[in-house]
Design a protein around this ligand. Structure first.
Ligand SMILES: O=C(O)CCC(=O)C(=O)O
Length: 293
């Protein structure tokens, strides 16, 4: 994970985003439904399946410590999925799968993180990302949210290699910090995937704009996978799971209900964008040397 080796050759692949619905208070029911939807998505034989942010628990800072699981890894150490205590990790091991995110309790520090886990087709947990930027906002009369009341921010940037692409990870609010996407792209990621759950205020304002911007800035494919909207839940997710191409064009977008979106990722678009508008080789670090390389 996240070592600077040569990226794999970027090859065409089929991506499936599961905009999961019916996420309620019952964790086993959430996992059962997620499993059914992963199996349903897998029947179309995609190369990579993605679940949304917080797919096993209601979204809200009060819920995170209650639903948090010991996932079975320590950053910097090899993963040991055999010894995991996490029901969610056991359910997820099936194909190339970005397991959205779940609240994770670190066994040593007892800190709770919002964590994305990634599995290869052998069912091994091969990468993880702890949400770096916590969603603490207050838009009077609209939305107030404070993840930092119960969560700790991660402190690493993460990507993983498949046989078809190098894929960078982030979670939701991480998209507002272009540095994360920029550094992942400079480390050779072809595709950036951020499970996310925007809301009814910032969703219409920024969900599409930010994804198209990160895609276009970095000339990569960019995708966020959201839960479906549930107006009976405490948090109303925007939905609209989306994939943008390296020119910033929206390739596909869900509405607000439960849905599986399939997209063919074509490396030619990536290469043509970078050849036609060669910003990746025209940067002037002599003018902005403080920007991380
Ligand atoms: O950035 C936003 O507007 C929403 C972020 C969010 O919902 C999250 O980080 O979970």
């Amino acid at each position: 994970m996240s070592k600077l080796s040569k990226p794999p050759t970027f090859k065409p692949f089929k991506l499936a985003l599961i905009q999961l619905g019916n996420i309620g208070a019952d964790k086993s029911a959430n996992l059962k439904h997620a499993h059914e939807m992963v199996m349903k998505a897998a029947s179309a034989k995609p190369d990579l399946i993605v679940l949304p942010e917080c797919f096993n628990s209601p979204y809200g800072h009060v819920h995170f410590p209650v639903y948090a699981e010991k996932v079975g890894f320590t950053p910097g150490e090899p993963y040991d999925v055999e010894r995991t205590e996490s029901e969610s990790v056991k359910m997820l091991s099936s194909t190339w799968l970005i397991g959205g995110s779940i609240p994770e309790r670190d066994p040593k520090s007892d800190n709770v993180y919002n964590t994305c886990t990634v599995y290869n087709p052998q069912g091994e947990l091969v990468a993880h990302h702890r949400k770096v930027h916590l969603f603490d906002i207050d838009i009077p009369g609209k939305i107030k949210f404070k993840e930092s009341e119960t969560l700790t921010g991660g402190s690493t940037l993460n990507f993983f290699d498949t046989e078809f692409a190098r894929i960078g990870l982030g979670i939701c609010y991480d998209i507002r910090f272009p540095e994360l996407a920029m550094i992942s792209a400079r480390q050779g990621c072809h595709v950036l995937i951020y499970p996310g759950a925007f809301n009814m205020t910032t969703g219409p304002m920024h969900w599409e704009l930010l994804q198209r911007a990160r895609a276009n800035d970095n000339q990569v494919f960019f995708s966020m996978c959201s839960p479906a909207r549930d107006l009976t839940a405490g948090y109303h997710a925007w939905g609209h799971s989306l994939v943008a191409d390296p020119l910033g064009k929206v390739l596909c977008e869900a509405k607000e209900d439960e849905e599986i979106l399939y997209t063919d990722i074509d490396p030619n678009v990536f290469h043509e964008a970078r050849t036609g508008i060669p910003v990746t080789t025209q940067r002037r670090f002599d003018v902005y040397p403080d920007v991380s390389k």
